[in-house]
Design a protein around this ligand. Structure first.
Ligand SMILES: C[S@@+](CC[C@H](N)C(=O)[O-])C[C@H]1O[C@@H](n2cnc3c(N)ncnc32)[C@H](O)[C@@H]1O
Ligand code: SF4
Length: 402
């Protein structure tokens, strides 16, 4: 990959954001309940203490979709992701009704990837088979670890055996299965992290996500931090994860994502390629492009507040146009997570900004050895991947004059 910055020819003067063509559209559906809140988790998930109002929530999701249709009129959907929370708490009948309602209102392209997130503590053969019949073709399992001590420290509702069984069951019913693992866990040694990743690779799921455990604000771990591996040890764990998965034939295509060739997550790739997504459900986010710019939407986080808002005829808590000054950072924050980077033309196509808008930042990143730039591609170097935050900071609006 060339390290030299190749001039990109642009006709005329800088202009405000205008999009010549709309990007690919995907659909995200949020399910906001879990059996128990994990102490490290800041996702919009609520303990289902008084049961889950499943029929009412399904009705709200369908009404939300109806209310959202004018914003995505005529655009086909390339992937659907039902995430949470723990969507596998939903009955197969509800998932079936949800997907039928989506298909009746939107054109879901043939062969679209349809993922559902599942917790190994909720895995049953009958349920997995029924999800598959409902049209789900990819299952994402939150395993986190195979070590009983770490599963207990993470407050997980399943043990290692249940996690293994859930993965095997998922592989029986779905061609594509993802397994989520975390490393740098409380009190974890390098050998323990290596054992976890080897156990995950041995199960042979087509896709694996390995996340560095982070202390997120508003979590129990943030309030009372457990003893965590230091940065040096965590970096060695990350190297062990990458080496083990490379040895097992997984491509490392994004910061935390590994896949067998051709099994990359198409839904997440659409986020990283700065595609569009409609997000329905409590706390769901959406990003939708129009010829005159990009808008972001947010729904109320709390399930009851969300259902009330939908009932009142407007699911949206907030909707705003993204300022042109924020677009370079937003684009790069996604694109530079990809190991291979993105086609150079994508910046202008997706943001509507002329390529020269970011020329000074690209030059600074190349000079610091963080980015490879050619006429064809923008890609982080190995150094840029390791110091991704430093690379991204160059694209923050206040650094525009770098
Ligand atoms: C929304 S959860 C989905 C799965 C399901 N709710 C479960 O936990 O089994 C997505 C994934 O994000 C990861 N994750 C959650 N909190 C994290 C944190 N604080 N640091 C790193 N990864 C985290 C976990 O691997 C988790 O499986
Ligand atoms: S089960 Fe998943 S979404 Fe729910 S609290 Fe735990 S990590 Fe968060």
């Amino acid at each position: 990959m060339a390290r030299r910055l190749v001039p990109i020819a642009v006709a005329g003067q800088p202009r405000p954001a205008t999009l010549a063509a709309l990007p690919t559209l995907s659909l995200y559906v949020h399910f906001p309940w879990c059996l128990r809140k994990c102490p490290y988790c800041d996702f919009n998930s609520h303990e289902a203490r008084d049961g889950i109002p499943e029929p009412a929530y399904l009705a709200a999701l369908i009404a939300d979709l109806e209310q959202s249709l004018p914003a995505v009129w005529g655009r086909p959907v390339t992937s659907v992701f039902i995430g949470g929370g723990t969507p596998s708490l939903m009955s197969a009948d509800t998932v079936d009704a949800l997907l039928a309602a989506v298909r009746a209102r939107l054109t879901v392209l043939p062969g679209a990837e349809i993922t559902l997130e599942a917790n190994p503590g909720t895995a049953e053969a009958g349920r997995f088979a029924a999800y598959r019949s409902a049209g789900v073709n990819r299952l994402s399992l939150g395993v986190q670890s195979f070590n009983p001590r770490h599963l207990a420290a993470l407050g997980r509702i399943h043990d290692a055996l249940e996690a293994r069984r859930a993965v095997e069951l998922a592989l029986d019913h779905f061609d594509n299965v993802n397994l989520d693992l975390m490393y740098a866990l409380p009190g974890q040694t390098l050998e323990e992290a290596r054992a976890d990743i080897r156990a995950a690779a041995a199960l042979g799921t087509p896709h694996l996500s390995a996340y560095h455990l982070t202390l997120e604000p508003n979590t129990a771990f943030h309030r009372a931090p457990p003893p965590l591996p230091d940065a040096d040890l965590a970096a060695r764990m990350q190297d062990a994860v990458e080496e083990t998965l490379a040895w097992h034939g997984y491509g490392h295509y994004e910061v935390s994502a590994f896949a067998r060739p051709g099994e990359e997550c198409r839904h997440n790739l659409n986020y990283w390629l700065f595609g569009d997504y409609l997000g329905i459900g409590a706390g769901a986010h959406g990003k939708l492009s129009a010829p005159d710019g990009i808008r972001r939407q947010t729904r109320p986080r709390h399930p009851q507040a969300y259902m009330r808002a939908v009932e009142g005829g407007n699911a949206m808590e907030e909707a705003h146009a993204v300022a042109a000054a924020d677009l370079p950072f937003e684009f790069m924050m996604n694109a530079l997570r990809l190991t291979e980077g993105v086609p150079a033309r994508l910046f202008a196509e997706r943001t509507g900004l002329p390529p020269e808008t970011i020329r000074p930042q690209l030059e600074a990143a190349v000079a610091r050895g963080l980015l490879d730039v050619s006429a064809e591609r923008l890609a982080p170097t190995a150094l840029g991947r390791r110091f991704l935050n430093d690379l991204l900071q160059l694209f923050l609006p206040e650094r525009a004059e770098v």
